[in-house]
Design a protein around this ligand. Structure first.
Ligand code: ADP
Length: 462
């Protein structure tokens, strides 16, 4: 049953179906045109022969001369030799003279009636058995008086035989061609579709655990070839994305474990003996700090998880000039205790469409990093429109800088320059920033020199 549902079977059936229509139409056209051609040539010959007979008639005193003996007439002899039957009748149908195979055939009254109206007629008559005869009857006139009728006949046996032979050839060859068309359709479809079966089998092998299977179809660059390449590309992307997800989960668990282990250690050490109230206070402060780190990390993780599954953020008109000023001012609280200056050079009305909460998060992260990784100097927040109608935001500091080997990785999730992990972050900040900026059709670039400072440049299409 399954075989009937395949594309291959349907393709074969369609080919056969189309062939039926084409062959039947072709057969019908050939049959009809042969039939028309043959019958009109027989009629033409009959008419020509009849006129030859009439020309040779001997008409005396308004009557057909009986002296004219047909077999002696040269024309008649010739016609008879070519299989024609000739009859000369009186006006009322009495046979005067006749020659040929069908000379005794009864006279059809209809032909006499038409002759009486001075009209010639063509009829097909049954001559017994399978034989039929074409009869052409012409009135013979003398001074507008009907004095007789000439009939010329020809057997239709050859005509019918030819048509029957053609019909037989068509009836045998059409089904044979149909079977051939269906079989070749089935074979060709099978050849064309076999890579698809290969794709199906490979797809069946693939599970979420093992996405390493590839089709690696080495065929021509046709529809199937392109399908296979697309399929392989999709698998590669899926595999990479699953790998990233697994890596992310592993990193996240690892990061969660560190503060938890620290908290466990603080509790164990504190409990190991009796402590003074000051020591308990310090332990609680340490615990609170670790809890803060945990909260920060879980918030980041939640944010990433939510953003990954969200189609697109809120869309509203955002005034970046005001937003950056607010964020910068809020960050002063962190910068001032470190003795850092914050300079803002922001053009007015830098407008983009987007999600203001997400943008606040992104810029806070960047400014927070600038403060975190700068010992002394200036944090600069600049915003301007460029010639190409882009909005450009620069956040620069005079901090530690980032070594060139780290620069390509700093936007990766969980990537930290400080391997000893003595700083507070988890390496998720810049990954989140990049995510938010690219959601706003923006780009982020970094340039940095160790010991001099770092500049992040964000560009938005206006
Ligand atoms: P974290 O939360 O650890 O700060 P980020 O993703 O924000 O993680 O940053 C990744 C790394 O890039 C940081 O560990 C830090 O070493 C480096 N980095 C980010 N911003 C700056 C900066 N302004 N100056 C120097 N280093 C920076």
């Amino acid at each position: 049953m399954k075989g009937f549902k395949t594309l291959r079977f349907r393709f074969a059936m369609w080919t056969a179906g189309l062939m039926v229509v084409v062959l039947v139409l072709f057969g019908a056209v050939v049959y009809i045109s042969l039939w028309q051609g043959l019958s009109s040539s027989i009629d033409d010959l009959l008419q020509l022969s009849a006129s030859q007979v009439i020309t040779g008639l001997n008409i005396e005193n308004g009557q057909i001369g009986l002296s004219d003996n047909l077999p002696d007439n040269l024309v008649a002899a010739d016609l008879q030799a070519r299989g024609f039957t000739i009859r000369i009748l009186t006006a009322n149908g009495k046979v005067l003279q006749s020659s040929g195979l069908y000379r005794d055939l009864p006279v059809d009254p209809a032909s006499l009636q038409r002759a009486a109206s001075r009209l010639s007629s063509l009829q097909t008559m049954n001559a017994g058995g399978n034989d039929s005869v074409r009869v052409y009857s012409v009135p013979v006139l003398d001074n507008q008086n009907l004095i007789g009728v000439v009939q010329v006949m020809q057997s239709l046996k050859t005509f019918n035989d030819t048509l029957n032979r053609l019909l037989a050839v068509l009836l045998v060859s059409i089904p044979a061609l149909l079977i051939l068309a269906a079989l070749s359709g089935y074979y060709l479809a099978g050849r064309a579709l076999s890579p698809i079966d290969h794709i199906t089998r490979t797809a069946q092998q693939i599970s979420a655990k093992d996405l390493s299977a590839r089709l690696n179809l080495s065929g021509p660059d046709d529809e199937i070839g392109r399908l296979a390449t697309t399929f392989d590309g999709m698998l590669a992307r899926l595999e990479a994305s699953f790998k990233r997800e697994r890596q992310f989960t592993a990193n996240a668990s690892h990061e969660l474990r560190t503060p938890l282990a620290a908290m466990q250690a603080i509790v164990n050490v504190t409990r190991s003996r009796r402590r003074s109230p000051e020591e308990y206070e310090t332990a609680i402060d340490d615990l609170s700090e670790e809890a803060d780190r945990l909260r920060g990390l879980t918030e980041d993780l939640l944010y990433i998880a939510r953003e990954d599954s969200r189609p697109s953020g809120v869309q509203e008109e955002v005034n970046l000039s005001l937003l950056l000023r607010d964020v910068g001012e809020a960050m002063l609280l962190m910068a001032e205790p470190k003795g850092l200056r914050v300079i803002m050079e922001l053009q007015d009305h830098l407008m983009i469409r987007g999600d203001s909460d997400a943008l606040i998060r992104a810029f806070s992260n960047l400014i927070d990093n600038a403060i975190k990784y700068t010992q002394e100097g200036v944090i600069k927040i600049q915003g301007r429109r460029t010639k190409t109608a882009h909005i450009e935001i620069l956040i620069s500091d005079t901090g530690f800088g980032i070594a060139p080997e780290h620069l390509p990785h700093i936007f990766e999730r969980f990537y930290r320059v400080d391997e000893a992990r003595t700083t507070q972050g988890f390496g998720l900040g810049l990954a989140i920033v990049q995510e938010i900026i690219s959601r706003h059709r923006g780009t982020i670039e970094v340039s940095s020199q160790v010991g001099t400072g770092t500049t992040f440049k964000i560009s938005f299409a206006a």
